[in-house]
Design a protein around this ligand. Structure first.
Ligand code: WAQ
Ligand code: MG
Length: 280
């Protein structure tokens, strides 16, 4: 691919908050995140993509935006090529079951209970625009700007991989932008050697499917990981204890990565199948 553009959008709204119960006159403003999107595109796709991003910002289930920032940059660096992670959907019916499944999968990857609890705590607070970087053993948060988190950017998929991926997802009736964008994002995140796993819960009030991604198990979708109507959500990347923080951030935010291959996907499977626990 030649002449790639990085296109990013973020939409937000200012809300007034009282900074004390009694001082009604003393109002402070807070910027709440509504929606964001990013990708690598060909120059010929620029207009269409910007239009799509703006429409998304203006019609978002999280509310009306009063500020939309679109950034378009030329990318000179040749992108790294990756394959999308294998995808499967875990059988799950309730948020408490979903949380338990995510915990089991993460623990089997060597991530400590402390780190997992930290991730769920942040996701349940749900006021980040990006993802938290959490060390896998001690459970420390290590990204420099904790309000913003890490924003994965400069990622995309080429035409032929997208065609095959869409066909595969269509068979499972999940060929949506939300699934494709999340799968591409997770595939870039997990392609970093320093990231062991990702936990994601959407912040859209009516999108209740989340996922756990890792090299070992691929992209595992977890339906009903959050209750319907909740605006809470977020992402956490679990990294090696002694990882170089700047190196990881540069890779995730700045290095152009394109999926040029789509890995086969599977339908619904049980946690026992994933973790290789079989009972006779
Ligand atoms: N980089 C880092 N963190 C991000 C990014 C990004 N580019 N985009 C979003 N986040 C964080 C941010 O904290 C959001 O609040 C949170 O993730 C959720 O983002 O297989 O919709 O865009 O069915 O709401 C996953 C399941 C859907 C898809 C994910 O995320 C499926 C989703 P959302
Ligand atoms: Mg969202």
């Amino acid at each position: 691919m030649k002449n790639l553009l990085s296109i990013r959008m973020r939409a937000s709204r200012k809300i007034k908050i009282r900074n004390s119960k009694f001082e009604i006159r003393n109002l402070e403003c807070k910027e709440v995140h509504i929606s964001g999107a990013e990708g690598l595109y060909k120059t010929s796709e620029m207009q269409k993509t910007v239009k799509k991003y703006i429409e998304r910002a203006l019609n978002h289930p999280r509310g009306k935006a009063d500020r939309i920032v679109v950034t378009i940059e030329n990318i000179k660096q040749r992108p790294m090529e990756i394959a999308t992670l294998p995808l499967a959907t875990v059988r799950c019916g309730t948020p408490s079951e979903g949380k338990k499944i995510a915990q089991e999968i993460l623990q089997s990857l060597g991530i400590s209970k402390r780190a997992i609890d930290m991730a769920f705590r942040l996701i349940n607070k749900g006021d980040m625009r990006g993802a938290a970087l959490i060390t896998a053993k001690r459970g420390n948060r290590i990204e420099p700007d904790m309000k913003r988190g890490i924003r994965v950017s400069r990622l995309g998929i080429n035409k032929s991989a997208l065609r095959i991926l869409s066909r595969r997802l269509r068979r499972l009736r999940i060929n949506t932008d939300i699934v494709k964008e999340a799968l591409i994002l997770a595939s870039k995140v997990i392609s970093s050697k320093k990231v062991i796993a990702e936990l994601c819960v959407s912040d859209d009030p009516y999108y209740t499917t989340g996922y756990v991604a890792s090299k070992k198990y691929g992209y595992l979708r977890i339906p009903h990981i959050k209750p319907e109507g909740s605006r809470r959500g977020g992402r956490a990347f679990f990294v090696n204890e002694r990882a170089n923080v700047e190196g990881i951030i540069t890779y995730l935010e700045r290095t152009p990565v394109i999926a040029t291959k789509s890995t086969p996907i599977r339908g619904i499977i049980s946690t026992d199948e994933i973790l290789g626990r079989f009972y006779k």
